[in-house]
Write a protein that binds this ligand. Structure first.
Ligand code: FES
Length: 140
């Protein structure tokens, strides 16, 4: 039996396998490693915010970013916390404005429960649990 292949067959097989390896790598990493920011959104966090020293949260609509979590004052003593990572293309760009989260990269907007409200992406923004005790916010 002859195990030789010609040069064209060899290069064709090599190209196919190379493309297959890239596709397999991206698929196994859930595409996050193939996105521009290479970001993984944690399922939960463990943050504590002291409201007495965080002036950015003093007024309704104010927000701050702590450890890649966007924390906002939604009024009446309520707060909300979301991942800074936009689910559209995994860019670390989420901000808070008015009464919703938005991403300046392509204009996605999200309600405070994480639902995309303008159809840019069907994926939800990760929202974390906020518990207030006195002047302390616990975000998990
Ligand atoms: S990356 Fe946020 S809208 Fe596209």
């Amino acid at each position: 039996m002859d195990n030789k292949i010609n040069r064209n067959e060899f290069l064709k097989n090599l190209g196919f396998r190379g493309a297959s390896l890239v596709a397999l790598y991206c698929t196994s990493k859930g595409l996050s490693s193939c996105s521009s920011d290479n970001t993984v959104v944690p399922a939960s966090v463990d943050l504590t915010v002291d409201l007495s020293t965080t002036t950015a949260l003093a007024n309704t609509g104010g927000y701050t970013i702590v450890s890649n979590v966007v924390i906002a004052n939604t009024g009446n003593g309520n707060y909300v916390a979301a991942s800074i990572t936009c689910p559209h293309e995994n860019k670390n760009a989420i901000k808070y404005q008015g009464s919703s989260f938005y991403c300046p990269e392509h204009g996605a907007t999200f309600s405070t429960n994480g639902t995309c409200t303008n159809g840019i992406t069907g994926k939800a923004l990760k929202i974390y649990t906020v518990t207030k005790s006195g002047n302390t916010l616990k975000i998990t």
